[in-house]
Design a protein around this ligand. Structure first.
Ligand code: FES
Ligand SMILES: [Fe+2]
Length: 328
């Protein structure tokens, strides 16, 4: 593929790397994200940690390692690494080499997900993603479905501002934007309405408040005014490498009527969202990235969205900064 049709690397931000329930205490899970081999493990006390996969001693893959209390133990020579990645003991019971440090990745765990912070220069997090209400606050837990797609987080997030495709691809009766996009640093906010035809004549009107918290985490607050119902939908795109993602869609609903009814609506909403992603996926997989699109009246605020996205590419900024300074 021609370089010009690619996105400029993996964007900085928070990305889901696992569902909390996939990682039991004491479990070691090898993962691949950000083009890196990684290890996700949970200590005996329940803390999740994400590290590089290769042992700094002689390079064994720590996927074969074991959790020992609050440490991760390499299977090759028994070196153990603590939460900050430092080696705390060797299998020889002798002095610990001070330089032996395993690379660690910042993570957060809430709403049933483990999120990792990606920065190509391994810098610390620059913002946080919201903690949403859960079962303790009268909302259900999130129902998640996931697919692997040959695509990029900027592409999948762009979908939420591409109102033009709602009618063509997803069969909405009508879709409109409400007000302008708002950009506050890493956060982009937009509001939309859609009319969704059900059973011929009946129209379900839904209001979407979209919050894009970086390119890996989009939150859609959905309101159905006619039924006084509220849903939180998450679209979370995690780069496996520069050209492939795992896309997770998740739905949580504010309790509405009897519990089984709420759970049934949540399931239907989750299936609906999953179906929409299934309609988008073949387009994402076969399209190319047009850096300067020819936009038309009726398009959503794509140009504004593209401007917002630029802040997440460090490599580009670094490349510019490294250009030789020519003396006048
Ligand atoms: S390679 Fe891990 S302890 Fe030697
Ligand atoms: Fe879509």
């Amino acid at each position: 593929m021609v370089e010009a049709y690619r996105f400029p690397g993996i964007p900085v931000g928070w990305f889901t790397v696992a569902i909390s329930g996939e990682l039991r205490a004491g479990q070691v899970l090898p993962l691949k994200y950000f083009g890196e081999e990684l290890i996700l493990y949970r200590t005996e006390s329940g803390e999740a940690r994400l590290t590089d996969a290769y042992c700094p001693h002689l390079g064994a893959h720590l996927g074969a390692g074991k959790v020992e209390g609050e440490n991760l133990r390499c299977a090759f020579h028994g070196f153990e690494f603590g939460g900050d990645g430092r080696c705390v003991r060797t299998g020889y019971g002798k002095a610990v080499p001070r330089k032996a440090k395993l690379g660690t990745w910042p993570i957060r765990e809430h709403n049933g997900y483990i999120f990792a912070w990606y920065h190509p220069e391994r810098k610390q997090p620059e913002w946080e993603i919201p903690v949403l209400p859960g079962p303790a606050e009268g909302w259900t837990a999130f129902r998640t479905r996931s697919i692997k797609v040959k695509s990029h987080p900027q592409e999948t997030s762009e979908n939420s501002v591409d109102t033009g495709h709602f009618v063509q691809v997803h069969g909405f009766g009508d879709a409109w934007t409400e007000g302008d996009l708002e950009v506050e640093g890493h956060l982009l906010k937009g509001a939309y309405g859609i009319r969704y035809p059900i059973a011929g004549k009946l129209n379900l009107v839904m209001k979407f408040n979209v919050e894009v918290h970086g390119l890996g985490y989009s939150l859609v607050r959905v309101e159905m005014p006619r039924f006084n119902a509220s849903v939180h939908a998450l679209v979370m795109s995690s780069p496996v490498d520069k050209e492939n993602i795992v896309l997770r869609t998740s739905v949580s609903m504010k309790h509405w009527g009897p519990r089984p009814v709420t759970h049934l609506i949540r399931e239907l909403a989750s299936l609906g969202l999953n179906k929409e992603v299934g309609q988008d996926a073949p387009i994402w997989e076969t399209k190319r990235y047009v850096e300067r699109p020819i936009l038309a009246e009726g398009d959503g605020p794509i140009a504004e969205y593209r401007r917002y996205c630029r802040q997440f590419y460090v490599q580009e900024a670094v490349k510019v900064a490294k250009l030789p300074v020519v003396a006048a």
